[in-house]
Design a binder for this molecule. Structure first.
Ligand SMILES: [Zn+2]
Length: 113
């Protein structure tokens, strides 16, 4: 259910951008999601439609979701990886002491107008 406030904050950011740049119509919103963030694109689309139904600028925009890679650094050999699926051992030295940084659950990459 946390998609509802998330969608609200995405729309807030979009509205600010629209105002700043005097945009008349948003056709597409490209979003990046954390593959392990538990975000359901279908729910975001549903709430987006609901929350923008009276907004002529944002209404009917297509939401495109892409997965963002996870950054992993091997503490052992210093090697860095970017992966969609978590790994438990380093590809280079087979070490298991990995530092993992997940991307934000969702962020706006770009919009098309
Ligand atoms: Zn390593």
């Amino acid at each position: 259910m946390h998609e509802f406030p998330i969608t609200g904050s995405i729309i807030d950011i979009l509205k600010k951008t629209i105002e700043d740049k005097d945009i008349k119509k948003v056709l597409k919103v490209n979003l990046l999601i954390n593959p392990y963030g538990g975000i359901e694109p279908e729910s975001i689309k549903f709430y987006y439609e609901f929350l923008t139904k009276d907004d002529p600028v944002l209404k009917d925009a297509r939401l495109i979701f892409k997965k963002e890679k996870i950054k992993i650094k091997c503490i052992n050999c210093g090697q860095c990886f970017k992966v969609f699926k978590l790994i438990s051992t380093c590809n280079t030295c087979k070490g298991t002491n990995l530092s993992i940084s997940f991307p934000e659950d969702i962020k706006i990459k770009s919009i098309e107008i």
